[in-house]
Write a protein that binds this ligand. Structure first.
Ligand code: HEM
Length: 132
């Protein structure tokens, strides 16, 4: 499956400049367990890591085998025995915040992109939940 439309939408979001900041504003406000998890975070490092992780997750959904080891490492970080355990029920919140942020920031947003974004990020989330 090709998600070049989602890669392009994400590229426009990044060039618009404030995607990752806007995402975290939303995400931290969405659930108090999320805000709790990020109390000691180094934000410049975290924002760089997420910016990269989104592209990786979209490529993973396209079946690009070279990103699979990177995704496995990210899943490990968020597993129950990992450095940052993430309860599976928080991934729905994460995904909604992603799509809402893309809708807000992408200067050429079309509503059909919402389902495309969901399709492009779901394989990564499914992996994280499976590895939890
Ligand atoms: C598929 C969705 C997600 C992806 C791709 C993702 C990706 C990442 C990555 C790449 C890192 C940096 C890891 C490192 O430093 O080695 C990270 C850290 C983190 N993530 Fe996620 N994450 C996701 C979902 C979530 C969710 C739902 C939460 C909910 C609380 C969360 C909370 C955190 C926290 C607290 C950190 C560590 C921040 C710190 O160092 O203080 N993540 N995540």
């Amino acid at each position: 499956m090709s998600y070049s439309d989602v890669h392009q939408s994400y590229g426009r979001c990044r060039r618009a400049g404030n995607f990752v900041d806007r995402f975290y504003e939303r995400f931290l406000a969405a659930d108090e367990r999320v805000a709790q998890a990020f109390t000691t975070t180094n934000w410049s490092q975290q924002k760089r890591a997420l910016g990269q992780a989104i592209s990786t997750a979209i490529s993973y959904a396209e079946g690009e085998s070279f990103v699979a080891p990177t995704m496995e490492k990210m899943a490990e970080v968020h597993s129950r025995h990992g450095r940052v355990p993430v309860a599976p029920e928080l991934y729905g919140v994460w995904l909604n915040c992603m799509v809402e942020t893309a809708r807000e920031v992408d200067p050429r947003w079309e509503e059909s992109l919402a389902q495309r974004w969901r399709g492009a990020l779901s394989p990564a989330i499914d992996l994280f939940i499976e590895r939890y």
